[in-house]
Design a protein around this ligand. Structure first.
Ligand SMILES: O=c1ccn([C@@H]2O[C@H](COP(=O)(O)OP(=O)(O)O[C@H]3O[C@H](CO)[C@@H](O)[C@H](O)[C@H]3O)[C@@H](O)[C@H]2O)c(=O)[nH]1
Ligand SMILES: [Mn+2]
Length: 739
């Protein structure tokens, strides 16, 4: 006992070789960039020979190079001091000394987020390896749907079978759906007769649970009163899911489960997920008021039961704890295929970038899978302040104010007091008017003003001096549902692009607001995160300008015989190789590297470009913020195509046409370029400009394939015709500048 208290709960590791190579690469690449700028600038000071390139394309290409270099410089902050961590949950204090934890799960729409899946998430969180009387679950239902509420009642009943089963047989995967669909062994009890019988019985209960949910949904559909209460207009409803004592099963302790549907009115902005989480913060404050919360998206279940204890290895570490706001786990996904053709796993984020920030002030929030310290989100309130002062920040609820002053971790209302039914005041906390003239969303809770509330909130916590930690144990603790078709990927990408640029262009610009309050490197990381959608500008330029100049014989790059040629070659190879090495050392393959390059290009010319447009229109007041939740309904056909590495081009023309047009444009310029260069014989001057479209075509060959393929997911003839039309327009509009 004596010994365990002195051993550290967590340690961090530094990979010296990685840091050395990273920094060496930074040095060499930066030197090359300086030469590049020198070369470009010279153009403006030295009058040139007759073959001088034209000013406009030269300037455009130079500007693009500046933007690329700018984002590259920001990105180096991640590579400066990456670390990894190990935790020792066995060294935590005994169970009765552990703090209470509130778990928040958000759902918004029972049609896009199937109730059975959401309840699987709920069940997996109820079954966390943690004292059940110290675990309180709150489900926020932004859809205000009876289907979800009923789902929770049914889930509660099933939990009374499921949880004891998990503990008795030491089941690791406590998400029933994942457990019953897994092929692996059944742990230590594989051949045990009793286990086999129990498993069969539980499986039957699970099937009944699913049926109950579906039946209710169907009945709801028939009763047809869905018109009165819709996702955008409903009163606040709060219900503690109660024990049904008539049931025959032995009494056991279960975590408490609360359904919360905040009030929504079309006339009131509801601030999407951030608004939903803030309502949960208030409601939970007067019910269980746990000092820590786990936040989960409805599509991200706990695939191992250890996360709470692992997170506490940081939160209870006396050295880290005082300044630690949250512990972030990586987002990992259960539906990723071997080759992952859409990079749905966001490899670079959770295998490189978050580790990089962890070595500075800590990772930004990723929206789900994190353990937050409640106090960290309460701003800088003064506990000694008068009630009036506190009310100006937190709103008028006395119960809420009282919860702030509570010395004890939790109020016993929910836990001991016979699970009292929510009263008027609690409903008030979930009403739309509650936040009016308070600091919610501005200084308290999750911050409003962007649909990427996670990045913004994490960044602002860092600015206030809070640190965070990244916990990435070998066994994934949370598994989510990633977007595995082009349509969802691009819709989500547009939302992120727009939301991130909102932050970058707000008064909280990470490059200005950040460095005054925290380390420069951490600010650069956040800046990279908010500005990377701007890649769309240089990528659009590099998809058009050099190609068109090639067609008309204007060189934009040095000759092969010019020493500067090697500078350009080096920069290209250096960044490509660095990326390749990162992919290979984080479990990827050569193929994965190409896929990431491809997805980067595809997203840049489509969703990030639209994200930029959206953000600009919002700034000009011409558009309102929207949050289109991703569709989590599994589509068998789409999943099959993804598993077979076939791109599914069933998405809107808005996304398809730019991609297809760029491809057609590059192919036509390449062919025309080869023809011109062959007849004139200036290979030396134009080689670079021939290589560029060749690279674009090779990397994006699946788009060409999509035009030739004849199946459901191929690119339709109408899209090809429309794209050709646009290509012709580009030629007509831009060519005059080159003549
Ligand atoms: O008005 C809303 C909209 C969404 N959600 C919930 O927010 C979560 C995330 O939405 P999802 O459609 O799954 O979006 P993703 O793009 O998958 O989410 C990523 O991006 C979001 C920011 O755009 C983050 O909040 C998420 O944590 C992150 O996983 C889901 O549980 C939704 O139910 C709400 O509660 N209310
Ligand atoms: Mn999601």
């Amino acid at each position: 006992m004596e010994e365990t208290t002195t051993l550290p709960l967590n340690i961090s590791h530094v990979n010296k070789t990685l840091i050395f190579t990273n920094r060496l690469h930074m040095l060499l690449h930066s030197i090359a960039l300086c030469f590049l700028f020198y070369y470009r600038l010279c153009y403006f000071f030295h009058p040139r020979e007759p073959t001088t390139p034209l000013l406009l394309p030269w300037v455009l290409v130079f500007l693009s190079e500046i933007i690329l270099s700018f984002i590259w410089i920001l990105g180096q902050a991640y590579r400066w001091n990456p670390i990894s961590r190990t935790v020792f949950p066995q060294r935590l204090p005994e169970d009765h000394k552990l703090p209470h934890i509130d778990v928040f799960i958000c759902t918004a729409d029972p049609t896009k987020e199937p109730t059975i899946e959401v309840m699987n998430t709920v069940l997996s969180a109820m079954a966390l390896d943690y004292p059940p009387d110290k675990l309180h679950l709150y489900v926020s239902d932004d859809g205000g749907s009876a289907v979800t509420l009923n789902g929770m009642r049914v889930a509660w009943k099933f939990a009374r079978w499921w949880l004891p089963f998990c503990t008795r047989y030491r089941i690791r995967c406590r998400c029933p759906k994942a457990y019953f669909s897994a092929q692996e062994s059944d742990g230590d009890f594989g051949g045990d007769m009793e286990f086999v019988a129990d498993r069969k019985m539980i499986k039957e209960k699970y099937e009944a649970f699913k049926e109950d949910i579906l039946r209710f949904k169907e009945d709801q559909g028939h009763s047809g009163d869905a018109t009165v209460i819709t996702g955008q207009n409903h009163p606040s409803v709060i219900e503690v899911v109660q024990e049904d004592r008539r049931d025959e099963i032995e009494h056991m302790n279960l975590p408490s489960l609360v359904y919360v549907s905040r009030e929504k009115k079309p006339s009131h902005p509801h601030h999407f997920k951030a608004g939903a989480l803030n309502a949960l913060y208030r409601v939970s404050a007067v019910m269980s008021n746990s000092p820590y919360n786990l936040v989960l998206d409805c599509d991200m279940f706990c695939s191992e039961p250890d996360s709470a204890r692992q997170a506490l290895c940081f939160h209870l570490d006396p050295k880290m704890s005082p300044s630690l706001a949250y512990v972030q786990f990586p987002q990992k996904f259960h539906n990723i295929s071997k080759n992952d053709i859409y990079d749905s796993q966001h490899r670079s984020a959770y295998k490189v970038l978050w580790q990089g920030m962890d070595g500075l002030k800590g990772p930004v929030l990723s929206g789900t899978g994190f353990y937050m310290k409640r106090k960290a989100l309460y701003g800088n309130y003064n506990i000694e302040g008068t009630d009036l002062e506190l009310q100006q920040q937190f709103g008028t609820s006395n119960k809420l104010i009282k919860s702030l002053k509570q010395k004890k971790n939790f109020s016993s209302d929910l836990v001991n007091g016979g699970r009292a039914l929510p009263d008027e005041e609690i409903l008030l906390l979930a009403s739309c008017n509650y936040e009016t003239n308070t600091k919610w969303g501005e200084e308290i809770g999750f911050l409003y003003g962007t649909v990427c509330e996670d990045v913004h909130t994490g960044f602002m916590l860092n600015c206030k001096g809070w640190n965070s930690a990244f916990c990435d144990p070998p066994q994934p603790q949370f598994l989510g549902n990633s977007t595995i078709n082009l349509n969802e990927l691009l819709i989500q990408g547009t939302r992120w692009g727009s939301g991130l640029l909102d932050i970058g262009s707000s008064r909280f610009c990470p490059l200005i607001y950040g460095p005054q309050r925290m380390s420069l490197l951490q600010s650069l990381c956040v800046a990279e995160l908010t500005y990377f959608p701007l890649y769309c500008l240089p990528l659009w330029c590099f998809a058009i300008v050099p190609q068109l100049s090639l067609l008309y014989g204007f060189p934009l790059y040095p000759k092969v015989s010019d020493p500067f040629f090697f500078i350009f070659l080096f920069i290209f190879l250096s960044s490509a190789t660095k990326h390749l090495v990162e992919v290979l050392t984080t479990g990827g393959t050569f193929r994965k590297w190409i896929i990431e390059q491809r997805i980067w290009m595809m997203k840049s010319v489509t969703c990030h470009f639209y994200g930029l447009l959206d953000a600009t229109l919002k700034k000009l007041g011409l558009r309102e913020t929207s949050f289109i939740p991703t569709n989590k309904v599994e589509d068998h056909e789409q999943t099959m195509m993804y598993q077979m590495d076939k791109y599914d081009f069933r998405t809107s023309k808005m996304f398809l046409v730019p991609m297809v047009a760029v491809m057609i444009f590059n192919m036509s310029c390449f062919i025309g370029g080869i023809y011109r260069v062959a007849s004139v014989g200036d290979w030396d001057r134009m080689l670079m400009q021939l290589l560029l479209p060749a690279y674009v075509i090779v990397v994006n060959y699946p788009i060409i394939e999509g035009m030739i393929r004849k199946d459901k997911g191929s690119i339709s003839t109408s899209v090809i015709i429309l794209s050709n039309f646009f290509v012709t327009i580009i030629h007509f509009v831009l060519s005059p500048f080159l003549r």
